[in-house]
Design a protein around this ligand. Structure first.
Ligand code: FMN
Length: 154
């Protein structure tokens, strides 16, 4: 196996939490994408990062100062993860799940919702690293987070 194959194999053995990043642009176009690359950056200021492929539908709507929500999914929301990670379903992503579409879209029944404004965008080859300044967060008491390992949900 070459370096990239070995790297992919190693990364597939991580256990990821599955989130959906959601936003709405100035033309009222709603976007959502399944992401596993969410990591907290600091508590002061409260901040996180997420890595977005430049070819993803949501990518060009992510601008400095714009708002987005990271919706951490629970184990009953595998269907939403599938909807938001298949190019065939781009038009259907807000038809399933209890989305609140007033303002920045967020999934009301998610495990957690972390609301952010884009603080910094860092271009790195195929991806943009999005640094979000956290403006609000909500979370369920009981932890039932959807996880993903070796290509399958757990
Ligand atoms: C569990 C899981 C995690 C993912 N994590 C990311 C991620 O962190 N960043 C990313 O750009 N794409 C990620 N993807 C891929 C995108 O969800 C997928 O390519 C999506 O279809 C791109 O959006 P689009 O169809 O609107 O272009 C992930 C997919 C899955 C199933």
């Amino acid at each position: 196996m070459n370096l990239q194959d070995n790297f992919r194999k190693a990364m597939r053995s991580y256990i990821y939490s599955v989130s959906v990043m959601s936003n709405v642009d100035e033309n009222k176009k709603f976007s959502a994408i399944t992401v596993s690359s969410v990591t907290s950056v600091s508590l002061d200021p409260p901040s996180l990062l997420v890595c977005i492929n430049k070819s993803a539908g949501i990518h060009n709507s992510i601008k400095e100062g714009s708002s987005f929500c990271i919706n951490l999914l629970n184990k009953n929301q595998e269907d939403i993860s599938n909807l938001c990670s298949s190019f065939k379903t781009e038009g259907d992503r807000f038809n399933s799940g209890d989305w609140d579409l007033n303002g920045t879209p967020f999934l009301k029944s998610a495990q957690a919702n972390i609301f952010c404004t884009v603080d910094e965008l860092i271009s790195y080859h195929t991806h943009t690293i999005v640094i979000g300044h956290v403006t609000n967060s909500l979370s369920d008491e009981k932890i039932n987070t959807l996880t993903y390992v070796d290509g399958s949900y757990e």
